[in-house]
Design a protein around this ligand. Sequence first.
Ligand code: AR6
Length: 177
Amino acid sequence: MYKYKNVKIHLVQGDITTMAVDAIVNAANNTLLGGGGVDGAIHRAGGPTILEQCKKIGGCPTGEARITTAGNMPSKYVIHAVGPVYKGGNKNEDKLLYNAYYNSLKLAKDYNLKTIAFPAISTGVYGYPKDEASDIAIKAVMDFIDNEGGIEEVYFVLFNKDNYTLYEEKLNLKFSR
Ligand code: AR6
């Protein structure tokens, strides 16, 4: 566990659908109608009520986020964030990925949520280089804590060991334990 300005930052290797937090973040697409990767895992674990709510929302622009309940999962909400498809790095991907994290935290704050878990958005099917993506994720969380506050615990949930180790190295440099 790490700390940044009284906010607890946790690093977890595993499946985000099992996290008992106020909100888990989904790496969704613009349709919000489901897909593979973490999106598929969330819809499978949460059950059909999530898709019903997503259909009513009707989609989400890249860099933004929308909220639903979490169905059968232990978390209370799912925040569906849409990261960019990586197209070489000159298509505003960094800003869009940053916004996906920052806007997820804003939505959590609007709902008075205190604990949130993030996957490594855009680093699977969307092809974002993991090293750069982890820097952006950490920067967005730190900036949000600096500018907005309201959040108490942030979990970075990494599915595989490589990505976990990458985050561990970066968090060790930035935060106290
Ligand atoms: N828990 C935590 N992390 C996971 C899980 C899980 N259960 N499953 C995969 N990951 P991806 P993207 C990691 O492809 O790149 C979908 O089809 C995975 O190892 O899920 O943002 C959507 O519908 C990777 O590091 O999301 C979109 O169309 C990270 O989650 C598209 O994929 C993100 O990989 C979004 O692509």
